[in-house]
Ligand binder design. Structure first.
Ligand code: SF4
Length: 194
């Protein structure tokens, strides 16, 4: 369908396959490095992302990048960052099923071209798209390894906007559990076990 990652991006930039194409300022395709071993998939662009055309640049995105940096991963070198939905839903509402289906080819092509070793799903929208049969909550499945048909390992983690509301570093709290999950991702890559 797409000839290259660049073709995928170019088509996405002018896409109007769903109604979000009418209200966005800019579609937000990706950030970071297309050579990264880790692909981070969030939900959808927020206000800042819509204005700048870059993913994960708002408050929650900045927190996520800070937490990745704490385990040694740099945004521009070690991570390929994108969202399930490429255009901002009005008032940051949850994307509809129809919007997720319309936007899915862009995400599938990103995975095919980038060929990540690990896919990190941030929040329920990303989980429902890539683990559609999984009915348990993020709290129940976070930190566990799943498998993508491409051969990549998948891990679901808390969405950073949730961590902004739960910032206690106490053991067992979401923020501490997030660091456990990121440390596990780091461990896997260090051991070259993915
Ligand atoms: S959200 Fe996806 S499918 Fe909808 S207009 Fe934007 S790029 Fe196209």
């Amino acid at each position: 369908m797409f000839q290259s990652l660049e073709d995928d991006k170019t088509t996405c930039e002018t896409c109007h396959a769903c109604e979000l194409g009418q209200t966005r300022i800019r579609s937000v395709f990706s950030g970071g490095s297309p050579y990264a071993k880790i692909m981070v998939i969030g939900e959808a662009p927020g206000k800042e992302e819509d204005e700048q055309g870059e993913p994960f640049v708002g408050r929650s995105g900045q927190l996520l990048m800070k937490l990745f940096a704490e385990v040694g991963f740099e945004r521009e070198k070690d991570l390929y960052i994108c969202n399930t939905i490429k255009c901002r839903p009005p008032q940051n509402r949850k994307p509809t099923l129809a919007e997720k289906e319309a936007c899915r080819p862009f995400l599938d092509a990103q995975i095919a071209f980038v060929q990540p070793k690990i896919i990190v799903l941030c929040g329920t929208t990303a989980v429902s798209s890539l683990l559609p049969h999984e009915k348990r909550t993020i709290t129940q499945i976070r930190g566990q390894w799943f498998h993508h048909t491409s051969g990549a390992k998948i891990m679901a983690v808390f969405h950073p906007s949730y961590l902004l509301r739960h910032h206690s570093l106490e053991a067992g709290k979401p923020r501490a559990l997030m660091m456990v999950d990121l440390a596990e991702i780091s461990r896997c890559l260090r051991l070259n076990s993915v």
